[in-house]
Design a protein around this ligand. Structure first.
Ligand code: FES
Length: 108
């Protein structure tokens, strides 16, 4: 099963097994990754699953949809590496990807 490395706000790292077809948010919630709140359950409407994807992995991802792109403009610590974890769906090509959890999520 492919693994994704989550760099946490406290500087520690956690490797998660992510089944192909799952979103990174689902795996993060399953494994209790602090900082991935996922208030809306994956609907791309809350912005509380914001992550930063390491640059070398960004072009392997589908482009953000309209709802995701709009949220990424208003999340704290937004940057060109920002994505919503609920919209990043695991594939074998993403095995070994590294993402960083920001220290703050959007509050509604
Ligand atoms: Fe709400 Fe990702 S879980 S935007």
């Amino acid at each position: 099963m492919p693994t994704v490395n989550f760099l946490l706000p406290d500087g520690t790292e956690q490797a998660l097994d992510v089944p192909v077809g799952w979103s990174l948010m689902e795996a993060a919630r399953r494994d209790g990754i602090e900082g991935i709140i996922a208030e809306c359950g994956g609907g791309a409407i809350c912005g509380t699953c914001h992550i930063h994807v390491q640059k070398e992995w960004l072009d392997k991802l589908e482009a953000p949809g309209m709802s995701e792109a709009a949220l990424l403009e208003i999340v704290p610590e937004s940057s060109h590496t920002s994505r919503l974890a609920c919209q990043v769906i695991m594939t074998d090509c993403l095995a070994g990807m590294c993402v960083r959890v920001p220290s703050e999520q959007l509050t509604l």
